[in-house]
Every structure is written in structure tokens, then in C-alpha cells.
Design a protein around this ligand. Structure first.
Ligand code: NDP
Length: 430
């Protein structure tokens, strides 16, 4: 450590000053009281008649009632998608498909503020993240795949790429619109039609996206959005009309899906859990490394499948890294996701909060040392203070299991080989 770094390290955290709050207005978002299922270009009532509220995790306020799809509804959506596939979409010249996709991308850009505010309201992530990451990337995905639509035959010379058919897509709550873009854009570019189920706790931007589909005049039935819980996801996966299943979520559900499609001839992609490690060697620029760590695990509430939820530090720099990290954690601003100053937003659901608490309690019980900066949390809503564990053994649950919360486990290493071995010591593939 240089003399300057030593001094900075000892400097007290500035106390007694605060940023004024800078909330983004939610006026731009106009929500319906109730949303049906988007099938064949229209919102239809679910056959069960069941609706559940989607809750703002920062305030526990219900935002809108959302339909719960049952087997009959999924069947209707599938048949509609099949019809759209066979009667138009798959026969369109690729450059025509691309035109619809370019339109979607342009509309997402034009309406990006509205989408970003809704994403933060429904999911709890800071507006800075939804505004600067989720929305620009969602639009970029549609632009990018629109560009592929008429180039597939050049990408695979001497082969004739053709669409697979109906894609059944099931996505989680951590990147609701971006995950939708990741799934829908490539499927459409290749000439497939889609039935997509968003997560139960974050359906609203997918429902607003239906409005974009209409604005872009995408033919009815090409994209169908069915909301509901895991039962609707299971119906999609099992449905005989599905040619391709695409799933992102937990390893447990991924395994169930793999079993359900085994032997059916359906194509499958799974994106499951992770326990990613950041590795810091003793020649790293420490302040930049600390920003990387904070960005990877705290700025997104740890709600990212590739979040750096383990930190491997070379033993010789362990102490300065930990003291700089703790100091930086003390400056993180936890609170209103719509406030532009917020670093760490709300935890997406009560269920997820309970899961984080349970794993953190296990970490303490197993003998790890916990540090949480002083932090005043809002009274309502679901929150978790940014947390770091030191003295972590590789066998502890907090070093092995995906926490999906703002919780970092620190381990040390001496040689590069040991770092790689420890980083790979996880059952996850991501
Ligand atoms: P799930 O795997 O349960 O949910 C992901 C999606 O699958 C949701 O749309 C869910 O519906 C749906 N689903 C649930 N059960 C089934 C089923 N049997 N068949 C088909 N679809 C189903 O993840 P959770 O949201 O419960 O999160 C649990 C944990 O998973 C997290 O704590 C985290 O560790 C991990 N996770 C990993 C993600 C990643 O990106 N790799 C993303 C999210 C979670 P619904 O939500 O409506 O019940």
C-alpha cells in the first residue's frame, strides 16, 4: 500500500451530510387496474377468472391486478401461436420480419423512461439501473437481432436455416424486460412465434410490452404473453405444440423442466444458477477493484445470476481490501428505487427476502464473521442491508449456494492455481 492509500484508508467516512432526494416521477406510467392475458393480439380474461395483485416491493402497495393463466389459457395461447406461425410469420421474407423488430426497438427507445419507471416500481431495482442498463440493452437486443433476420443463411453457409416453430419461454424476475428481449428477439428474427410467461412478481413491463407489439403492428398471435405462477410455466413446458423451450431461473425448476421435455424431441435451453467469483491479485489497482466488487454484488441487490457473490482476495492484500470495502459499503445508499441517488433498491419479494435472511443466518451459525454498515431502512417494503462475510470456509452454505441478495462472501488464496481451484469449486455451471 502506498502512503496515500494508507492515509485514505484511515480517513473517516464523511458524516452528517446527505444528498437531497431526487425521485423520478411515476406520473409517466399509466397502469390499468387489471390486465388479462395477451393472446392473439388482445387482452382476454383468464378461464379461471383468477387475478392476483402485482406488488411494489419498496412499499408493499398493489400496483395492478394480473391474470393467472390455467391449462386452458395456455392451450389457447399455444394454438394461437401455432396458427400465427403457419399462416404468415414463418413465410414472411426475413427483411420484413426485421422491419417489425426495428420498430419494436425504436418504440422501446422512445418509451424508455416509462418502461424504466415501471421496471423499478414493479421489481424494486434502482432507477439508475433500469434507466441506464435494462432499457438501453432491451432496445439494443431488438436492433441487433433485427439485423440478423436476413443474414442467417450467410451465417450458416450451405445450410438452410429455418424456424423451429413455437417457442415456449419462461423467465424470472431479476431482469424482467431485458430477459424478455433476450428471449423474444432471437426467436422472432429466426421466424418463430412465441408464448412467454413473465415471473409472477414482475409481470408489468411484459404487459406494457404488449402495447409496443400493437404499436409496431406485429401480426396478432406472433407474440403471446401469459401471466401467472409456476403452474402456468409448467403448462407451457409440457404443451405438445411447443417446439422449443427457453427457461431462465433456478436450478431446481430447470431440472424439472429438463425431465419434462426429455424424450419429447423439443429443443431446450436452460440458464440456471451461479456463484460467480471476483478474484483480486496483489498487483490490482485496489480502488478500481473495490468499485468492481460493489458494482457486481450491491448495486443490483445481488439479483443477478452472474453477480460476483464470492470474492477471492490474495492473502497479502486481504486487510487493505477488506477495510476499503467496508468503508465503501458505508457510503452505499439503500432506499427508494425511484430516487436517482439510490444504489441499492428493494428486494424483489418477501419470499426472496426470507431466503436471503435464512442463508445469512446460516453463515453466522457456521462461524463466518458478518459486517453490515449502519443503515436506516425504510419502514415499509422488503429490504436487506449490504452485507459482507469474512472468515468464510469453502464448505459454508454462503460460499456454496446462490443467495441472490446483496451478500458477499470473502475467501483468500495464495497462488493463481489456488484461486482458480477455489473459484471453480461450485456445483453451478454459470
Ligand atoms: P424459479 O426458477 O422458481 O422461477 C423462474 C420462472 O419459472 C418464473 O417465471 C416461475 O414462475 C417459473 N416456474 C416456477 N416453477 C415452474 C415449473 N415447475 N415449471 C415451469 N416454470 C416454472 O425462480 P424463483 O423466482 O423462485 O427464484 C428462486 C431462486 O432461483 C433465486 O433465489 C435464485 O437463486 C435463482 N434464480 C436464478 C436466476 C437466474 O437468472 N439464473 C433468476 C431468478 C432466480 P413464478 O415466478 O411465477 O412462480
Amino acid at each position: 500500500m502506498t502512503e496515500l492509500e494508507r492515509k485514505q484508508d484511515r480517513a473517516p467516512i464523511p458524516a452528517g451530510w446527505e444528498y437531497a432526494s431526487a425521485p423520478e416521477s411515476r406520473e409517466i406510467v399509466r397502469l390499468e387496474e387489471r390486465y388479462g392475458l395477451f393472446i392473439g393480439g388482445e387482452f382476454v380474461e383468464p378461464s379461471s377468472g383468477e387475478f392476483q395483485p402485482s406488488i411494489n416491493p419498496a412499499s408493499e402497495e398493489p400496483l395492478a391486478e394480473v391474470a393467472y393463466a390455467g391449462a386452458e389459457d395456455v392451450d389457447l395461447a399455444m394454438r394461437t401461436a401455432r396458427d400465427a406461425f403457419e399462416n404468415g410469420w414463418s413465410d414472411l421474407p426475413p427483411s420484413e420480419r426485421a422491419k417489425y423488430m426495428f420498430r419494436i426497438a425504436r418504440i422501446l427507445q422512445e418509451r424508455s423512461r416509462e418502461f424504466a419507471v415501471l421496471e423499478s416500481l414493479d421489481g424494486g431495482k434502482p432507477i439508475r439501473e433500469s434507466r441506464d442498463v435494462d432499457l438501453p440493452l432491451s432496445a439494443a437486443h431488438f436492433f441487433y437481432y433485427a439485423g440478423w433476420a436476413d443474414k442467417l443463411e450467410y451465417a450458416f453457409p450451405n445450410r438452410a436455416p429455418r424456424p423451429v416453430g413455437v417457442a415456449g419461454q419462461v423467465i424470472p424476475w431479476n431482469f424482467p424486460l431485458l430477459m424478455l428481449a433476450w428471449k423474444i428477439a432471437p426467436a422472432l428474427a429466426a421466424g418463430n412465434t412465441v408464448v412467454l410467461k413473465p415471473a409472477e412478481t414482475t409481470p408489468l413491463t411484459a404487459l406494457l410490452f404488449c402495447d409496443v407489439l400493437r404499436q409496431a403492428e406485429v401480426p396478432p398471435g406472433v407474440v403471446n404473453i401469459v401471466t401467472g405462477d409456476g403452474r402456468a410455466g409448467a403448462e407451457i413446458v409440457r404443451h405438445p405444440e411447443v417446439d422449443k423451450v427457453a427457461f431462465t431461473g433456478s436450478t431446481e425448476v430447470g431440472k424439472e423442466i429438463q425431465k419434462a421435455v426429455a424424450g419429447t424431441g423439443k429443443k431446450l435451453t436452460l440458464e440456471l444458477g451461479g456463484k460467480a467469483a471476483n478474484i483480486i491479485f496483489d498487483d490490482a489497482p485496489l480502488d478500481q477493484a473495490i468499485e468492481g466488487i460493489v458494482n457486481g454484488i450491491y448495486f443490483n441487490q445481488g439479483h443477478v445470476c452472474c453477480a460476483g457473490s464470492r470474492l477471492l482476495v490474495q492473502e497479502s492484500i486481504y486487510e487493505p481490501v477488506i477495510s476499503k470495502l467496508k468503508r465503501r459499503m458505508g457510503t452505499l445508499r439503500v432506499g427508494d428505487p425511484l430516487d436517482k441517488n439510490t444504489d441499492v433498491g428493494a428486494i424483489n419479494s418477501q419470499q426472496q427476502l426470507e431466503k436471503i435472511k435464512e442463508l445469512v443466518a446460516a453463515g453466522e451459525e457456521e462461524g463466518a464473521e458478518i459486517f453490515q454498515p449502519a443503515c436506516r431502512l425504510p419502514e415499509r417494503g422488503w429490504w436487506f442491508v449490504p452485507t459482507v462475510f469474512t472468515n468464510v470456509a469453502q464448505s459454508y452454505r454462503i460460499a456454496q449456494e446462490e443467495i441472490f441478495g446483496p451478500v458477499l462472501s470473502v475467501l483468500t488464496f495464495r497462488t493463481p492455481d489456488e484461486a482458480v481451484e477455489k473459484a471453480n469449486n461450485t456445483p453451478y455451471g454459470l
